[in-house]
Design a binder for this molecule. Structure first.
Ligand code: NAD
Ligand code: UGA
Length: 467
């Protein structure tokens, strides 16, 4: 394709990536009209809601941008065909979860949503159209997208179409999405058509410095996304494995983290021990990577990355076991307060949250859980627990308020590092607990010196016994 000036964008998928990403592009490129489409009508209604507290994705800074650009150059719609027909560039931002059935079930990524919307693009696109993979997909997916588009290209003068396919993976993290999109470490564009690459690059150059936009071939770009997530997840499993060693040796993971992180080759970021990584992507992308390695005849590489997932599962399990052990091996009918259900702070996303399995295991032991989260809705907690076989709410209640939640509790378990939990007055909390009671801090947000003064039984991930 020759030089292309993009005037109209369609983004398929109004989720955690599609919504924030397009909002930031719309904000930086007022001359481009962007329409985000989704099959999920309810989601689109919420994105169009007058009450900005109802938009379906909670991200600091997002509602302010939506207020500025919505219905100016950013639109939300369920009319997929129309948005495709009017677009010069189409972003595919749909979900790519782990397959649950068939070949590769439990490991390979399910690209059926990517294929479905590619077929819609093939059917409704008009003229020269650039298709951009934003979703995280297995390496070589662009080949499948290209085959579908080419086999459906139309030749008659009225509807003549031509397509080019680019890979432009997204590296935003939830909770910091707006800042990550506005100040990205890098923008990665994979492709082989220079005109299309330049068209996409020119969009980003409206706010990203040129030296931070890198271009590669399609397969390097697709693979780099999986590998970035695999390396990040590996760091968390590494530090979590060492947190267990700290606990039994009297070392302190915070001190070890500082000592190793000052080595500039290691670096200090992404070394927080915790209840294990959650979120919709790390596990799914690692599983996909292990599947791909096996598929391409590299079982040793596959096993290496599998271990990152095993340690993550083990970390969640050992936290649950620690709670049981400290409470004399029995939590039946004991009141345990769960602080935080989202997979990290500053997001309402609960996908793969460590809280799910930890709560499930405690409920199966007979505990009474009082679950609190400032942004997650009760229906979402219900959905997640039902998915893991907890089909009634006899033993757990959800509350949006902290007042009264600690009365007569046997234990408190901090699972998400929400800011409000850092402000809790532990001295007054201690007065209302049942004795003996325990405070478990899996996120290391509580200063041990403070709680020690109040004679709490206190456990913190990665903190050795003799401290
Ligand atoms: P999501 O589930 O929040 O959103 C995907 C949306 O796509 C859903 O609303 C769904 O209804 C819609 N959809 C599916 N098929 C469709 C179709 N044919 N037509 C119209 N709409 C359709 O998912 P997400 O978290 O936004 O992730 C999307 C992709 O981005 C995934 O591949 C993920 O791995 C990747 N990713 C996610 C993040 C993140 O932080 N969530 C970050 C980087 C990359
Ligand atoms: C992650 C990556 O950071 C993004 O770059 C990527 O785009 C995204 O996945 C994706 O592909 O979906 P996200 O999962 O939103 O982003 O959030 P992270 O900040 O990476 O946290 C993931 C999990 O790791 C959380 O449960 C978090 O609590 C945990 N974590 C993170 C730790 O336990 N310790 C740390 O030091 C950092």
């Amino acid at each position: 394709m020759g030089s292309i000036n993009i005037k109209s964008i369609c983004c398929i998928g109004a989720g955690y990536v599609g919504g924030p990403t397009m909002a930031v592009i719309a904000d930086n490129c007022p001359e481009i009209k962007i329409t985000i489409v989704d099959l999920n009508k309810e989601r689109i209604v919420l994105w169009n809601s007058n009450d900005l507290n109802k938009i379906p994705v909670f991200e600091p800074g997002l509602k302010e941008i939506i207020k500025k650009v919505r219905n100016k150059n950013l639109f939300f719609s369920t009319d997929v065909p129309n948005a495709i027909s009017n677009a010069d560039m189409i972003f595919i931002s749909v979900n790519t979860p782990t397959k649950t059935k068939g070949i590769g079930a439990g490991r390979a990524s399910d690209i059926s949503w990517v294929e479905a919307c590619t077929r819609q693009v093939a059917e409704y696109a008009i003229g020269e159209t650039i298709v951009v993979e934003k979703s995280t997909i297995p390496v070589k997916t662009a080949e499948a997208i290209r085959s579908i588009l080419m086999s459906c290209s139309k030749e008659d003068d009225q509807t003549k179409t031509s397509f080019s396919v680019l890979s432009n993976p997204e590296f935003l993290a939830e909770g910091t999405a707006i800042n990550d999109l506005q100040n990205p470490d890098r923008i990665l564009i994979g492709g082989d058509d220079q005109g299309s690459i330049d068209a996409l690059k020119n969009i980003y150059l409206n706010w990203v410095p040129e030296n931070q936009v890198i271009t590669t071939n399609l397969w390097s770009s697709e693979l780099s996304k999986l590998i970035a997530n695999a390396f990040l997840a590996q760091r968390i499993s590494s530090i979590n494995s060492i947190s267990a060693l700290c606990e039994v040796t009297g070392a302190n993971i915070e001190e070890v983290k500082k000592a190793i992180g000052l080595d500039s080759r290691i670096g200090s970021k992404f070394l927080n021990a915790g209840p294990g990584f959650g979120g919709s992507c790390f596990k799914k992308d690692l599983l996909n990577l292990t599947y791909l390695c096996e598929h391409f005849g590299l079982p040793e590489v596959s096993k290496y990355w599998e271990q990152v997932i095993s340690i993550n599962n083990w970390q969640q399990y050992r936290i649950y076991k620690t709670v049981i052990n400290k409470l004399f091996g029995n939590v039946n009918k004991k009141k345990i307060v769960i602080l935080g259900f989202s997979f990290k702070s500053d997001t309402n996303d609960t996908r793969e949250s460590p809280a799910i399995l930890i709560c499930k295991n405690l409920l199966n032991e007979g505990a009474n859980l009082f679950i609190h989260d400032p942004k997650v809705k009760k229906s979402q907690v219900e959905f997640e627990l039902r998915n893991v076989g907890i089909d009634n709410n006899l033993n757990w209640i959800f509350t949006e308020k902290l007042e009264g939640i600690f009365d007569n509790a046997d234990a408190i378990l901090v699972l998400t590092e929400w800011g409000i939990y850092k402000e809790i007055n532990w001295k007054s909390v201690n007065k209302v607990l049942r004795n003996p009671s325990w405070l478990f801090d899996t996120r290391r947000i509580i200063d041990p010196d403070i709680v020690n003064d109040y004679e709490f039984n206190f456990w913190q991930v990665g903190r050795g016994n003799d401290l």
